[in-house]
Write a protein that binds this ligand. Structure first.
Ligand code: NCD
Ligand code: ZN
Length: 346
C-alpha cells in the first residue's frame, strides 16, 4: 500500500554548509528538498562581517548545480569585537537574517565566540530595535558543568538574563535537546522559539554509548536521556508554532569522526524529510509535519511560505538512502536512524 503526503516545500532553519569541496558535495543534498536554509557562520575563520557573509553567499550560489534553486539565508557570527553598524547595515540591505551567538568554546569552531555577555549587550539592544533575530547555541561552557546539564544551566544563567533585560529581542534557541528547553519556550509567549533537529527526535544518549561508541551519533549539544527525547517529540509533533525544523546537519569527513578525538556533528541533509515523515507518522501527527518543516519557521522569521511543494511517499519496501556522500576523495557518513524507513521524497 502506498501512502503519500504533499506539503509546502520545507526550509532548514539551522544548517552547516561548510566551504570548498565539502560545500560542493553537500549543497545538492539540501537543495534537493529545501528551498531556503539559515546558514551557520562557523567557518575557519568565522563569518563575522557583512563583507564576509556576502562573499560566502556568493561561494554558496556558485556551488549550486545548474537547474537547482536554493536561497541561503546568511548569518553573522557574534564576537565580543563585532561592529554594531556593520551588523545593522547587513540587515538593512537584506543580506543577513540573523546573528549567531556561540558561547566561546561550546562547539566546532567556536573559539571566537562570546565569553563576557555584557560585552555584546549593546549589539543585542540594537538588534532588538531593528528586528534582527538572535540564534543561540544554548550551552554554557564552564568546565565544572557536566555536559548533560549545560543546556538547562544556560537557560538560567545566560538566556533568562538577556530576555528579561531585552524582552523585544527575538531569540531562536537552536537545536534544543532537553525538556528544560521545551518548557522554557512554552512558558514564554512572545519573541522566543526553538529549532529541533531530526536526529534528536530519533536518538538518545544510549544510542551513542551502549554497545560500543558510535561516533556518527556524536553531536553538540549531545543527545540526552530518553525522557528528553520524548519531550522533543511531543513539542515537534504538536503543531505549536514556536517549534520548527533546524536540522543542524553538520558534515565532517569520516576520518575526523572515526577518530580518537572525533568531531561533533550528524549529517542528516540527505534523509531528513523521510525520517521526519517516519517520526511524525509514528506519533500519529503527519498532519503537523508541514507546520514543523514548512510553516512555523517562516512565520517566526517574518518570511513568506514557499510557493511550491514536495511530496513524500511511503512504499512497501525500505528506502535505500546513500550511506556515504563523497567530498572529493573523502567520505561523509549519512545519518543512519538504525531502523528501516519506508518514506522518501518523490
Ligand atoms: C556543529 C559543527 O560541526 O559545525 N556540530 C554539531 O555537533 N552540531 C557545530 C554546532 O552547531 O554545534
Ligand atoms: Zn549547528
Amino acid at each position: 500500500m502506498t501512502k503519500s503526503l504533499t506539503i509546502t516545500r520545507p526550509d532548514d532553519w539551522h544548517l552547516h554548509l561548510r566551504d570548498g569541496a565539502m560545500l560542493r558535495a553537500i549543497l545538492p543534498e539540501t537543495a534537493r528538498h529545501f528551498a531556503r536554509a539559515i546558514i551557520m557562520p562557523n567557518l575557519m575563520p568565522p563569518v563575522v562581517t557583512g563583507a564576509q557573509a556576502l562573499a560566502y553567499r556568493d561561494r554558496i550560489l556558485a556551488a549550486l548545480p545548474a537547474g537547482m534553486s536554493f536561497e541561503p539565508l546568511m548569518t553573522l557570527y557574534l564576537t565580543e569585537d563585532s561592529n554594531t553598524e556593520d551588523i545593522a547595515a547587513a540587515h538593512a540591505n537584506g543580506l543577513i537574517k540573523a546573528v549567531k551567538l556561540y558561547p566561546a568554546g561550546a562547539t566546532t569552531n567556536s573559539a571566537s565566540g562570546v565569553s563576557d555577555f555584557s560585552k555584546v549587550f549593546g549589539i543585542l539592544e540594537k538588534m532588538a530595535e531593528i528586528g534582527l533575530p538572535l540564534c543561540v547555541h544554548g550551552e554554557v561552557t564552564d568546565h565544572n558543568i557536566d555536559i548533560f546539564d549545560r543546556e538547562a544551566i544556560f537557560i538560567d544563567r545566560v538566556l533568562e538574563p538577556i530576555r528579561s533585560s531585552i524582552p523585544e529581542l527575538r531569540i531562536i534557541m537552536e537545536h534544543i535537546t532537553t525538556s528544560d528547553g521545551v518548557d522554557y519556550v512554552r512558558e514564554n509567549e512572545a519573541n522566543l522559539a526553538a529549532t529541533i533537529t531530526t536526529h534528536h527526535l530519533i536518538i538518545n544518549r544510549n544510542h551513542i554509548l551502549v554497545g560500543g561508541i558510535k561516533p556518527h551519533y556524536y553531536c553538540l549539544p549531545v543527545a540526552k536521556r530518553e525522557e528528553h527525547r520524548l519531550a522533543l517529540r511531543i513539542a515537534a509533533t504538536s503543531g505549536d508554532n514556536r517549534f520548527f525544523l533546524g536540522t543542524d546537519s553538520a558534515p565532517h569527513v569520516d576520518t575526523l569522526k572515526e577518530n580518537a578525538c572525533g568531531c561533533a556533528g550528524c549529517f542528516t541533509a540527505s534523509n531528513t524529510m523521510a525520517l521526519l515523515a517516519h517520526v511524525f507518522e509514528e506519533d500519529q501527527s503527519l498532519n503537523h509535519l508541514e507546520a514543523f518543516a514548512s510553516q512555523n519557521g517562516p512565520a517566526f522569521y517574518g518570511m513568506p511560505l514557499n510557493n511550491d511543494t514536495i511530496t513524500l511517499t511511503k512504499s512497501d519496501t525500505p528506502t535505500n538512502f546513500p550511506s556515504k556522500i563523497y567530498a572529493g576523495e573523502e567520505k561523509v557518513t549519512v545519518f543512519d536512524p538504525g531502523f528501516p524507513v519506508y518514506w522518501s521524497v518523490t
